[in-house]
Design a protein around this ligand. Structure first.
Ligand code: ADP
Ligand code: 5GP
Length: 228
């Protein structure tokens, strides 16, 4: 890992949005490679179909089974650099030797439109989004039960070459040291238990004041309000 960069995005005023409709929540999930964050994020999106996924841009080559525009937008290094120069990323960083970036327009549209978004990004990205979007961001860190189990999962997943797995394992400990910058930590030992925790955190997010204030405001203005 090396560079970290981000930009400030001008958003519509918080007050204007909060009284008119729900404000979107940005749920960031990070972990060392292989701890299970993609598995957990996919399951959450299957259960909550109004939860959008922030499809990042990356210079990494697609793995077998990955589709452009679904897991990632796969681009070459010069396209990525051009996008960065045009300020098209909300944040971007080098992770495990490749560039990864969050599409700024997706984030702006979700926040303004009151839609929740989930992000599978590393600690550098989580830190940047927290810095720029403050309390609209909820940070969740997933930990594996041990480094041995992390290695077993990466090898069982069998999506990466041996040297890629070795490189990812080498930085796993230093990535995990960033857990304390996060709001929540989930130990993904048992998948169902870890999923229950993530689901609970997301449900709590949906009831945060920034997302529900408009309901209370409407009620106080004499309207009948409903969550349906
Ligand atoms: P990440 O997105 O963090 O790199 P993945 O979600 O791809 O990790 O998970 C890595 C591998 O570990 C996958 O093969 C997944 O099916 C498996 N896995 C995830 N959680 C668990 C768990 N609790 N127990 C056993 N295997 C798991
Ligand atoms: P992978 O190559 O395994 O899909 O992802 C490698 C790492 O890059 C993971 O930690 C993943 O969360 C992170 N990542 C994916 N997209 C982004 C992004 O847009 N920004 C940042 N900072 N990290 C990302």
């Amino acid at each position: 890992m090396s560079s970290e960069s981000s930009k400030r995005i001008t958003l519509p005023g918080r007050e204007a949005i909060s009284s008119e409709g729900p404000r979107g929540q940005l749920l960031v999930v990070s972990s060392p490679s292989g701890a299970g964050k993609s598995t957990l994020c996919k399951r959450l999106r299957r259960e909550f179909d109004d939860l959008g996924f922030s499809v990042s841009y990356t210079t990494r080559a697609p793995r077998p089974g990955e589709t452009d525009g679904v897991e990632y937008h796969f681009v070459d290094a010069s396209t990525f650099q051009e996008m960065a120069a045009r300020d098209e990323f909300a944040e971007y960083a080098m992770v495990h030797g490749n560039m990864y970036g969050t599409d700024a327009r997706t984030v702006e549209a979700a926040l303004a439109g009151g839609r929740d978004l989930i992000f599978d990004i590393d600690f550098q990205g989580g830190r940047s989004l927290r810095r720029h979007f403050g309390e609209d961001v909820v940070l969740v860190f997933i930990l594996p039960p041990s480094l041995q189990e992390l290695e077993r999962r990466l090898r069982t997943r069998a999506t990466d070459a041996n040297e890629v797995i070795e490189r990812r394992l080498k930085v796993a400990l230093s990535e995990m040291e960033h857990y304390a910058e996060y709001d929540y930590v989930i130990l993904n030992d048992d998948l169902d238990t870890a999923y229950d925790a993530l689901r609970g955190i997301y449900l709590a997010c949906r009831h945060r004041i920034a997302r529900t204030r408009f309901l209370a405001e409407r009620l106080l203005a004499g309207e009948e309000v409903s969550t349906r």
